[in-house]
Design a protein around this ligand. Structure first.
Ligand code: SAH
Ligand code: DHB
Ligand code: MG
Length: 222
């Protein structure tokens, strides 16, 4: 065994030990499949990482951009203390409906607010409502808007807040400077913006696993 097959087998080994099967998460995945949603949620160990990071910063307000079926939202919402809140932004009403049902089954409806609309339109509402500062933001929506989402995340943060961005390596396509893929361009815009962004300290870790070869950026607000 080698390559993606091996990475998946190691993920299964780690999942069993650190992110074991769980009724609400398994049901969320099953319903996402049944509803025909794309199978692009974070993996169990990645979900656990979001949970660990939320706990590490004592997050009581969490923002997510890109809900899909609520799988990562369940992981993060479970890290909230009593009275904590997660706001998750989703463009597709169909995805949001599946997510709301999955969050309800996980017993998290009171903690999680699923908002429908293009995130660049709904983020300004959060600012107007003074919904922040968020202690943790997870950016995982359309990659072409990554740099703009990151900018919003910083605006809605406090000193010490964490910002995590998914899918920032894309099988190495991030090196493709001349390509026309808008999503790859969006990932590159984020990395270029980070080079000059004194508001944060950021790092990117390449990952392999059940979702192939990709990467995660983690930033702390200075
Ligand atoms: N975070 C989820 C996966 C998100 S997949 C998990 O790990 O479980 C990306 C999601 O972003 C999709 O549901 C897609 O509909 C949504 N999305 C795409 N463009 C968007 C936009 N402009 N605003 C908000 N959400 C968007
Ligand atoms: C895609 C999106 C994701 O958020 C992800 O984790 C993997 C793939 C995609 O749009 O292809
Ligand atoms: Mg993703």
């Amino acid at each position: 065994m080698q390559g993606p097959e091996l990475w998946s087998a190691v993920d299964r080994y780690l999942d069993e030990r650190q992110a074991p099967h769980d009724a609400a998460l398994d049901a969320a995945t099953a319903d996402a499949i049944r509803a025909g949603l794309p199978q692009i949620a974070v993996t169990p160990t990645q979900g656990k990482l979001l949970f660990v990071l939320a706990r590490a910063v004592g997050a009581s307000r969490i923002l997510e951009i890109g809900t899909l079926a609520g799988y990562s939202a369940i992981w993060m919402a479970r890290a909230l203390p009593p009275g904590g809140r997660l706001v998750t932004l989703e463009f597709a009403e169909t995805h949001a409906a599946v997510a709301r049902a999955n969050l309800a089954r996980a017993g998290l409806s009171d903690q999680v607010d699923v908002r429908v609309g293009a995130a660049l339109r709904t983020l300004p509402h959060l600012e107007q409502e003074r919904a922040g500062p968020f202690d943790l933001t997870f950016i995982d929506a359309d990659k072409r808007n990554n740099a703009a989402y990151f900018d919003w995340a910083v605006k809605l943060s406090r000193r010490g807040s964490l910002i995590v961005v998914d899918n920032v390596v894309r099988e190495g396509k991030v090196l493709d400077a001349s390509g026309t893929d808008r999503d790859v361009q969006g990932v590159r815009e984020l990395h270029d913006a980070l080079r000059a962004d004194a508001r944060v300290s950021a790092t990117t870790i390449q990952t392999v696993g059940a979702k192939g070869y990709d990467g995660l950026t983690v930033a702390v607000v200075n």
